[in-house]
Ligand binder design. Structure first.
Ligand code: MD6
Ligand code: FE
Length: 199
């Protein structure tokens, strides 16, 4: 996709059903919720987390937190399968030392979108991000270091993985409003799992 940014088509094939089963378990403990941005807007994407750290946003800002603010308990553990697949994708693309401590879980219903942003709440930008896509397809706009850099659209489909780090770690990116469709596995939505090293 760009310098040190890779789209691995169908990487999750064969593990998709197991991933979705594990997700059901996680999301009964830490439920999906629409978080509030520091500017006061409710996000259209529903989110939860698993792993030692979870990404949260509210009026106080964006951050990683060890506790789910809804339950005041730790986020559910990151399933071994999630970690293994994320590390394997990173290894294959030249990041052999990646060990994620955070897995955000994004759920897009038709119409939900994620505006152009940078991922910059992590401490060590030498660590890549590994991002799984499941369910309905989405258009992912991938730009550059400047908010105004031109973007290239990429189709992310069920089973795809994006790995990105190094040169492009801070590139702007976003998801266009999800189109309606039907998908049997997670239901009629898109699930995105970005794995990160937060600390
Ligand atoms: C999404 N992904 O795919 C949104 N960020 O739903 C992201 O914002 C993202 O896929 C950093 C690295 C990979 C990603
Ligand atoms: Fe992002």
């Amino acid at each position: 996709m760009a310098e040190q940014a890779f789209l691995l088509k169908g990487f999750l094939q064969g593990n998709d059903a197991a991933l979705i089963t594990a997700l059901k378990d996680i999301t009964t403990q830490s439920v999906f919720r629409h978080m509030i941005t520091p500017g006061g807007y409710e996000m259209s994407v529903a989110m939860t987390n698993c792993g030692a750290r979870g990404w949260v946003t509210d009026r106080r800002g964006y951050r990683y937190d060890a506790l789910d603010p809804l339950s005041n308990a730790s986020w559910p553990a990151m399933p071994a399968l999630f970690k293994q697949l994320a590390e394997a994708a990173a290894r294959q693309t030249g990041f052999p030392h990646f060990t994620p401590d955070a897995c955000l879980i994004n759920r897009y219903a038709p119409g939900a979108k994620l505006s152009l942003h940078q991922d910059r709440d992590e401490q060590d930008f030498s660590q890549p991000i590994v991002s799984f896509s499941l369910g309905l397809p989405a258009t992912f706009d991938f730009g550059g270091l400047d908010r105004k850099s031109p973007v290239t659209p990429w189709l992310l489909e069920h089973g795809d993985v994006v790995v990105w780090g190094g040169e492009s770690r801070l590139f702007y990116h976003g998801i266009r409003p999800l189109k309606k469709g039907s998908h049997s596995l997670p239901g009629n939505c898109r699930i995105n799992l970005p794995f990160r090293r937060a600390y």
